[in-house]
Design a protein around this ligand. Structure first.
Ligand code: FES
Length: 182
């Protein structure tokens, strides 16, 4: 007796996922890809924008009494800056150069040479700032007098309140003709 040949539901294509099932798998795959993408994108965006937020967190720091400054004579002022990075709090030793003007205003210079970032010093006999690394020379107003420095000394934001000098410490890219904040 001949039995009719039985059809295999899989090989004969009779058991394909229904339309709604296929749609479900497509959506689930899309959602998984989107989640993975977000998981990668969020840290990347944080990495890219965090320097901007860090920059905004800079605060005024008291660095000394204005009464201790003499007109036209640069003075190095040292202070400790508290830096908070996440859960970590660090105290950094900083130094700036302050110059009192005849009108009582105070100009504050970044302590880093604009050539390659070495620390410079005030040469009192010659009345000029000297950088020991490659010989850049600046006057008391920060103007370049000689050497490879590409621009004048960088000026830091400063203010005087109740006889105290406050600054916002910043760093700038070395070797450029214009001040560009890091
Ligand atoms: S770093 Fe000052 S002259 Fe080069």
């Amino acid at each position: 007796m001949n039995h009719p040949k039985q059809q295999d539901p899989v090989t004969e294509g009779l058991c394909e996922p229904s339309g709604s099932r296929r749609t479900f798998f497509k959506r689930a795959t899309g959602a998984a890809v989107a989640l993975i993408g977000m998981g990668l994108a969020v840290p990347l965006i944080g990495y890219l924008v965090s320097p901007a937020f860090k920059r905004r967190r800079q605060a005024w720091v008291e660095v000394g009494d204005v009464a201790g400054l003499t007109v036209g004579e640069p003075k190095q002022l040292d202070y400790l800056q508290v830096v908070r990075d996440g859960w970590l709090t660090t105290k950094l030793h900083k130094a700036i150069w302050a110059v009192k003007q005849a009108d009582g205003q105070v100009t504050v210079f970044s302590p880093l040479c604009t050539h390659l970032g070495c620390s410079y010093r005030w040469d009192d006999p010659d009345k000029r700032f000297m950088c020991p690394c490659h010989g850049s020379v600046y006057d008391a107003a920060g103007k370049v007098l000689g050497g490879p420095a590409p621009r004048r000394l960088d000026v830091l934001p400063s203010k005087v309140e109740n006889g105290k000098l406050f600054v916002i410490y910043k760093e700038f890219k070395a070797g450029l003709t214009k001040s560009v904040e890091l």
